[in-house]
Ligand binder design. Structure first.
Ligand code: PAF
Length: 316
């Protein structure tokens, strides 16, 4: 694997590959790579001629007094994972290579209105401007490519898709299923900072999503009732502090007036657990038939299976 600290050398290496006829697959990361990242990297390497990975803990997307300093850094293990996955090039820049004016913010930033405003955007002001700005730079450096992002950060995926389309980047953005521990916890680099007790409490996020899916499967059509069902699961967990629970349209992340049969929506949850803020989400298909009058919905039996967020990676 070619490891580049210099963004311009990285860009040249990928340009040379494209001149030789290769198509590039890109996986942007902040390092501390886990099995979720590995699934993105293996997919990029498997589907494209050459895979590129960027590892950069982007200070612009962390708020004041946030967990930037505490963000895990595991450079050697990350590079080994890339090597084993057959990655062609890794970019590991310093902050000054990406933002020459740092610690002053870059004079040019990218802001995506609309889809970035609610949920994570409301709880973490400036976060998506930081994400959109760094991803725009990484797209510009990488050039024409297919870029793989995890659905775990579902709103980020929507923001990146909007940014790439609006600014005409020659980049195809691909969303990939969330990878979970066998007990349902969505993989996140931040999980490493949870104590065993907190990790157990963190399971309330996937439990909440299961409860939301169960309510939808049982015929609940009122989005606020589905959100309440999820919120109640999180509020029952003493070590978790609920930020939001919502059912939204997957493209614009707006709450529908009512759930319509046959449509696929997204359930979102966010909560603080110990020192870390955790998010999770899952797709849910609204049954065609209203099985019960609204308000009477009871959770579907666990055997319904299709909505269980309990194990393996979420498909579809
Ligand atoms: O998802 C992440 O790891 C980051 O937000 C990203 C996309 C690499 C931008 O810094």
């Amino acid at each position: 694997v070619e490891v580049h600290c210099s963004p311009s050398r990285y860009a040249e290496a990928l340009d040379a590959q494209r001149v030789a006829g290769a198509h590039v697959g890109l996986v942007p990361t902040m390092g501390a790579l886990h099995a979720g990242h590995r699934s993105l990297i293996e997919r990029a390497a498997g589907e494209q001629d050459v895979a590129a990975v960027t590892i950069f803990v982007n200070p612009l997307q962390f708020g004041e007094g946030s967990d930037l300093a505490a963000y895990p850094r595991t450079r050697e293990a990350d590079l080994e994972l890339c090597e084993r996955a057959g990655v062609f090039a890794v970019l590991v820049p310093e902050v000054a290579d990406v933002y020459p004016t740092w610690p002053d913010p870059p004079p040019t930033t990218v802001s995506v209105t609309g889809v970035s405003e609610r949920w994570e955007g409301a709880s973490r002001p400036g976060h998506f401007d930081g994400v959109a700005t760094v991803v725009a730079k990484l797209f510009a450096l990488t050039g024409r490519c297919t870029a793989y992002f995890g659905e775990k950060d579902f709103q980020q995926l929507a923001v990146v898709r909007a940014m790439a389309a609006d600014l005409s980047f020659p980049v195809e953005v691909v969303g990939c299923p969330t990878v979970r521990d066998p007990d349902g916890l969505a993989l996140s680099s931040r999980n490493a900072r949870l104590s065993p007790e907190e990790r157990r409490a963190a399971l309330s996020l996937s439990r909440a999503l299961n409860a939301g899916c169960g309510a939808v499967a049982a015929g609940e059509r009122r989005p606020e009732a589905v959100a309440e069902r999820m919120g109640a699961v999180l509020e029952a967990e003493t070590l978790a502090s609920l930020d939001y629970a919502a059912v939204v349209h997957p493209s614009d992340l707006q709450v529908p007036a009512r759930l319509s049969g046959g449509e696929t929506l997204r359930l979102l949850v966010a909560a603080q657990v110990g020192p870390v803020r955790l998010i999770d989400n899952v797709g849910v298909r609204v049954p065609e038939q209203e099985t019960r009058a609204a308000g009477e919905a009871r959770p579907a039996p666990a055997a319904a299976g299709a909505w269980a967020v309990a194990s393996g990676s979420e498909r579809g």
